[in-house]
Design a protein around this ligand. Structure first.
Ligand code: HEM
Length: 267
């Protein structure tokens, strides 16, 4: 008996590459969620709030600043929830088998994404938690785009424009994860630049570049994927599949490095 191995068709290769990337991203994003819950919850439960500062923050916990501390805690838990739910929204099995659940978790996603973004604005521009102006502008544009794309995703769902809904929801998902992309970007850049003796400064060009790339690059790669999906050119589709395979390795590597070197030392 001879086994004939056939090359997968170009659309199939593209879909498989996108799925592999999504699996790598899910593992990394849920590790981030786990870290947030594991780091912030024990000080809240035991009342030792000073322990909230047992890792570097921009401002962090400030004794006596009840409003600022509450906003910070609301922000990180809203961030964890929206990151967790964002993944669920994209699972095809959930959408097909339990469409009501998809609609309800969609409403939760939109509400919590807006909450995390609005109190992110409070932390940045009213509490004054910013490293510098360019990085504060970058996260604020990211936040404004989150509000825009969750609104567009919701509107297209109400209009039953499912093509538009899918595109806008994918953008909202990527934008909500801008904070996580920044962290894996920092890890990848640190590994790539270490042999050159470069160490990253928060006001340096590399960090500022990463701040903007953390939301621009995911949107650009998504756009390329959407174009490839509709392309009549198999070679282009294979090329984009190869790119997504490479992105899968980078995402997995950056996610593991962030967990090991950024988060685990603080747990
Ligand atoms: C909706 C997506 C967002 C998520 C998932 C998210 C998540 C988080 C998390 C988990 C932290 C704590 C990080 C740590 O301690 O390691 C954080 C901090 C912070 N976020 Fe967000 N964030 C989001 C959007 C935003 C936006 C749009 C802004 C600003 C416009 C913002 C401003 C901030 C600031 C200023 C801090 C630092 C607070 C401090 O260190 O004192 N975030 N965010």
């Amino acid at each position: 008996m001879s086994v004939v191995l056939r090359r997968p068709s170009a659309p199939h290769a593209l879909a498989v590459a996108a799925r592999l990337w999504f699996i790598a991203a899910t593992v990394g994003q849920w590790a981030f969620v786990w870290f947030i819950v594991a780091f912030f919850t024990p000080p809240l439960v035991t009342g030792h709030l000073q322990a909230l500062n047992n890792k570097p923050h921009i401002t962090g916990y400030v004794p006596g600043d009840a409003l600022g501390n509450t906003q910070l805690l609301l922000h990180v838990y809203a961030g964890a929830l929206v990151t967790f739910v964002g993944v669920l929204q994209l699972l095809p099995v959930l959408r097909r088998r339990w469409p009501r659940l998809h609609r309800w978790s969609g409403r939760i996603f939109v509400t919590i994404a807006a909450l995390a973004t609005l109190n992110g604005f409070y932390l940045t521009w009213i509490r004054g938690s910013r490293l510098n102006l360019p990085s504060a502008l970058s996260i604020s544009i990211n936040g404004a785009l989150i509000l825009l794309f969750v609104a567009l995703a919701w509107r297209s769902a109400l209009r039953r424009d499912f093509g538009g809904h899918r595109r806008h929801a994918l953008r909202a998902y990527l934008l909500v994860n801008g904070v996580w992309f920044l962290r894996i970007g920092i890890m990848l850049a640190a590994v790539a630049l270490a042999p050159l003796g470069y160490s990253m400064a928060y006001d340096g060009a590399v960090f500022l570049g990463l701040s903007f790339l953390s939301w621009i690059a995911p949107l650009a790669f998504l756009q390329l994927y959407l174009v490839a999906e509709r392309s009549p050119h198999p070679r282009f589709q294979y090329g984009v599949s190869g790119l997504f395979a490479a992105l899968t390795l980078l995402t997995a590597g950056g996610g593991v490095a962030a967990f090991l070197f950024m988060w685990r030392p603080h747990l």
